[in-house]
Design a protein around this ligand. Sequence first.
Ligand code: ADP
Ligand code: MG
Length: 333
Amino acid sequence: MSGASPTTSDAPILEVSDLTTQFHTRAGVVKAVDGVSFSLHKGEIIGLVGESGSGKSVTGFSLIGLVDPPGRIVSGSVKLDGQELVGLSPAALRKVRGARIAMVFQDPMMTLNPVLTIGQQMQLALNAHEKLSKSAARARSAEALTRVGIPDAEARLDAYPHQFSGGMRQRVAIAIALLHGTRVIVADEPTTALDVSIQAQILSEMRELAREMGTALVWISHDLSTVSALADRILVMYAGRIVEEGPTAQVLRSPRHPYTAGLLRSLPAMAEPGTDLEQIPGTTPSLLNLPQGCPFRPRCDRATDLCSEAPPMTPETGRGYRCHHPLLDGTPA
Ligand code: ADP
Ligand code: MG
């Protein structure tokens, strides 16, 4: 596919190939993102899930070109509507970021300025990419707040961030991310700090927004149950790599990778009533010193000598796994 060709409706909005991001530290090279590939279509929601330290946030930052030194994207490609983002100048990236791709963080105060009203911040965000009169900016801002479920939006424009609850602050951050009709939003644990009922509300609202506006989402979470409530497709990340991917229902019903099966067994909702929840034994490996071969090998009860060779991703597109000994249908998980 050439970057200049017009995008058809089934061309992915975001195409990530072999993305590799590393931190060169005194202690050595941290392979935070190690050859990640996936594509995202209009209005699609992808859930990126894995234990803490697996490289999810660094993947998110890499997608929007916000990896700070000593981190660096060392290879691979991120194409947004056919345009290569890796290697763009900081000025060119700033034009893209906020307008066509945006990020929402766990802490909305990463986006919000405590000393400006919400209306002032939204006006600044709008003016960074468009020339609008003050009244037009206010109207657009109020509309965006209403869209994310903030009541009495016009009046709330004059409030400061601290006058909102945690859930409402996160909605404001989402509204800012959506201001320009953004095509792709990368949301990094955006509801993790919120209480469960607000979390569920925001999840279902985001789903509706993605459908209505055609915005595609990469939803990052350590929590498989959050992701499975929202995502069309799941990517399971382990030690900087995607170890399994597929449509949500398929991954939940028949996980192929022993790591995914372990994540599922540790979910309260998935356990047989009356049985104890299982924890995956061991801990996530340091991304400084990965074991040779499959990084999950030391924690895996299916591992054999074969696993000292890194398993490739299976070739089926959209439903794949990296494992020499996958759980196939009929294998007890
Ligand atoms: P997750 O979001 O899945 O919890 P991260 O993407 O934050 O994981 O981190 C992946 C790896 O990258 C971790 O091993 C972390 O220590 C490393 N890392 C992240 N930021 C830096 C940094 N600024 N310098 C060195 N290592 C980093
Ligand atoms: Mg993280």
